[in-house]
Design a protein around this ligand. Structure first.
Ligand SMILES: Cc1cc2nc3c(=O)[nH]c(=O)nc-3n(C[C@H](O)[C@H](O)[C@H](O)COP(=O)(O)OP(=O)(O)OC[C@H]3O[C@@H](n4cnc5c(N)ncnc54)[C@H](O)[C@@H]3O)c2cc1C
Length: 463
């Protein structure tokens, strides 16, 4: 008799491993299939965690070299030990992936090691062994989107995975794509000494984010030394021992030019990953972009097969995948699992950071929503001045009639931490006045959020 489970989750990224743990907490017998040697998926192994480790290390290096002196801290002979920095990143990743293994043991989730294939509804094959299950959860995530004419070798032409592993600081790094991953990793290598050029097809960076914030963000990154080539497309990459030569054309068409680089980071987005899963044979439908089609409750068209995370529609973010994992486990247990897609924060972990939640001004305009805007700059915040981090501002958008908060966009120090209070406010349906009348400790960066909320009604105090 094959071993049988209540739930088999395929993929142990933040969507899959969280779903497995929550289902086990709710009393189900759970297995999670993972083909990687360690648990945690893209996020813990080659995504969020290693990138944040390098962002932190490179920011420390940058501060020591360029910011300490203004505080009267004079440090001489600062040197980069890249091998040590990379080893530390490895230790951070190691601690996190081991943590998930511990949580699986604690919650009695069985890790089925190897690639999982759906051989029929209720049957999953791993390493030649078939397991039976009442429910199958597809949580196989995503991988980087390729670009025609640009061959990745993960040495000279790298995806984010290779960009996290470079053993030498490149002289010139060209980043193809001005999205979150490209800007974060471009920032890492710029701080460590590379010249960085970002080539972006559109006329702006971080597409989808509030345009005013994006413009200001581009200016701040420009001041830091990152160069931008917007409205441009890369059509070919030629490699030789001396580096990579890119052919770049205006997006609207026109004369091509050549751009030379030591390392090229291809980061034009990510695409759902469903290779070898047997979805066609099982009859599971995909949408036009190759994502697993689901209804509002994560169910595919095949009864007993569900999907969550990067492999389905929606923001490709770890916390979105996690929340879907929890919601689905609760639905499978007969509870009312739910994800509020209107309140999913999104963060760029450069310095300053960019964070947003809810709708942008462009989205509000597009749907004809009347709104009010309140803004407050960090130059007027005492704590930001004390930190020497005054770039950026907080922008709150509220319903013109009801004052309900509809969105918040922040460029500034610790924007990612600050956005959490607005997410909670929005989750509770708060008005800008509710945020403005909440006592915020002084002196904190969060006073800028309060002041922006006051500004919605034209009554900011410190500007
Ligand atoms: C460089 C980088 C930085 C990022 N930074 C952030 C960030 O700061 N914050 C954030 O929210 N998001 C970030 N992301 C995005 C985040 O990593 C993803 O949104 C998240 O990992 C999606 O989780 P998931 O569970 O859907 O899939 P994944 O994490 O991709 O996990 C899927 C897992 O399934 C496994 N798998 C696939 N097919 C099979 C199979 N047939 N059998 C067995 N196993 C299989 C894969 O090996 C993988 O481990 C980043 C991504 C990258 C690349």
């Amino acid at each position: 008799m094959p071993e049988s489970f209540d739930v088999i989750v395929i993929g142990a990224g933040p969507g899959g491993y969280v779903c497995a743990i929550r289902a086990a907490q709710l009393g189900m017998k759970v297995a999670c299939v993972e083909k990687r040697a360690t648990l945690g998926g893209t996020c813990l192994n080659v995504g969020c965690i290693p990138s944040k480790a390098l962002l932190q290390s490179s920011e420390n290096f940058e501060e020591t070299r360029h910011k300490f002196a203004e505080h009267g801290i004079m440090v001489e002979g600062v040197k980069l030990d890249l091998a040590r920095m990379q080893a530390r990143k490895g230790e951070v990743v190691g601690a996190n992936v081991k943590g998930v293994e511990f949580l699986f043991k604690k919650n009695k989730v069985t890790w089925l090691k190897g690639a999982g294939k759906i051989v029929a509804p209720g049957k999953v094959e791993v390493e030649g062994q078939t397991y039976e299950t009442r429910n199958i959860v597809i949580a196989t995530g995503s991988d980087s989107t390729p670009l025609r004419g640009v061959e990745v070798d993960e040495k000279q032409v790298v995806t984010s995975t290779g960009a996290l592993e470079l053993e030498k600081v490149p002289g010139h790094m060209v980043v193809i794509g001005g999205g979150v991953i490209g800007l974060e990793l471009g920032s890492v290598w710029r701080r460590l000494g590379a010249e960085v050029t970002v080539i972006e097809y559109l006329d702006r960076i971080v597409p989808g984010m509030d345009a005013e914030i994006a413009r200001q963000f581009e200016r701040v990154l420009g001041k830091q030394g990152i160069k931008f080539k917007l409205k441009s497309k890369v059509t070919a990459a030629k490699q030789d021992a001396s580096g990579v030569t890119l052919t770049v054309e205006p997006a609207a068409g026109g004369a091509a030019e050549e751009v030379k680089a030591d390392v090229v980071l291809l980061s034009i987005g990510r695409r759902p990953y469903t290779e070898g899963l047997g979805l066609a044979e099982a009859g599971v439908e995909l949408d036009e972009r190759g994502r697993v089609k689901t209804d509002g409750h994560f169910a595919t068209n095949v009864p007993g097969i569900y999907a969550i995370g990067d492999v389905i529609a929606g923001a490709m973010l770890a916390h979105k995948a996690e929340d879907e994992g929890v919601a689905l486990a609760e639905i499978l247990a007969g509870q009312a699992g739910h994800v509020n897609y209107g309140v999913i924060p999104s963060i760029v972990y450069t310095w300053p950071e960019v964070a947003s939640v809810g709708e942008s001004e462009e989205e509000l305009k597009a749907r004809g929503q009347a709104y009010k805007v309140g803004k407050f700059p960090f130059t007027a915040n005492g704590r930001a001045r004390a930190m020497g981090d005054t770039d950026g501002f907080v922008k709150i958008l509220a319903d013109k009639e009801t004052d309900r908060v509809l969105g918040c966009h922040i460029l500034g120090p610790d924007a990612g931490g600050l956005i959490a209070e607005v997410a909670i406010a929005m989750e509770f349906g708060a008005s800008a006045e509710d945020v403005a009348r909440t006592c915020h400790a002084h002196p904190t960066l969060s006073e800028s959020v309060k002041e922006a909320a006051l500004a919605v009604d034209g009554r900011a105090l410190h500007i």
